[in-house]
Design a protein around this ligand. Structure first.
Ligand SMILES: Nc1ncnc2c1ncn2[C@@H]1O[C@H](COP(=O)(O)OP(=O)(O)OP(=O)(O)O)[C@@H](O)[C@H]1O
Ligand SMILES: [Mg+2]
Length: 237
């Protein structure tokens, strides 16, 4: 067992959705540890709560109780600005359904998060540099001829490659991917995955990957299972 430090730790995370004034409990106290450079797969049936949990871990959705620590910092106890900074510095997130901005080109989708918060002066100054870097990444991802396409002008596999480029653009140490190939045919999905694992190795990313594919899980060092809002094997042995 490696002695790499834990970069992402969830403890006793609970969450319910409120529908018509009734609480619908989804996460029943979930624990998870991800070590530096580790590939961890999270599997489980549809509706188990995997995406809900990932959104809490990705600092996108607040839990009702429990903690998420990123490099030891208790993210949900911080203020909004501190949490946003922590998220920008630490996390990349690939969504189950791409979540690209329809009005923007591939290049613009990739660099958009890096422009948020800049004033006009900084925006103009940095735009060119960021544009160049986003283009370079998309070219590496095989999208040289698709740089100016908008999401509706891209295939599913191309969209997910743009989404992967966006998630990696700011060079986060942790990548959270929610069934990144769930909406792709097998062949297209495999191409996206090759890219994902290649980037994991190249950047020594800590990777948390939700998948329904056992063969994919085999490429990870550890597999955690989620069923009806509870996790097995979330902690390192
Ligand atoms: N915004 C919401 N409001 C109310 N209920 C929700 C909401 N989002 C999800 N749910 C419910 O929470 C449960 C868990 O959903 P979640 O998306 O986390 O499952 P999942 O494990 O990711 O499933 P899949 O494998 O199909 O993606 C589901 O029963 C779903 O209906
Ligand atoms: Mg899901």
């Amino acid at each position: 067992m490696s002695l790499q430090p834990i970069v992402l730790r969830a403890s006793a995370v609970k969450k319910a959705y409120r529908i018509a004034r009734r609480a619908l409990p989804i996460l029943h106290g979930c624990d998870l540890e991800l070590a530096r450079g580790e590939r961890l797969a999270l599997m489980g049936p549809s509706g188990a709560g995997k995406s809900t949990f990932l959104h809490v871990l990705g600092l996108l959705d607040r839990p009702d109780s429990g903690h998420v620590e990123i490099n030891g910092a208790d993210a949900w106890s911080m203020g909004v600005d501190g949490r946003a900074r922590l998220r920008n510095a630490s996390l990349g997130f690939v969504f189950q359904f791409y979540h690209l901005v329809a009005e923007l080109t591939a290049v613009e989708n990739v660099l958009l998060p890096s422009l948020i918060g800049l004033n006009t002066f900084e925006f103009d100054r940095r735009r060119k540099e960021l544009d160049g870097r986003a283009t370079e990444l998309l070219v590496r991802f095989g999208l040289k001829e698709r740089l100016k396409h908008r999401p509706t002008q891209l295939s599913g596999g191309e969209r997910q490659r743009v989404a992967l480029a966006r998630a990696l653009f700011h060079d986060p140490p942790i990548l959270i991917a929610d069934e990144p190939t769930g909406n792709l045919d097998r062949e297209t999905g495999e191409k996206v995955l090759e890219l994902l694992f290649e980037e994991q190795a190249r950047r020594q990313l800590s990777l948390l990957l939700v998948t329904h594919d056992e063969r994919l899980a085999e490429r990870c060092e550890r597999v955690a299972r989620m069923d009806a809002g509870r996790i097995q094997n979330g902690l390192r042995a």
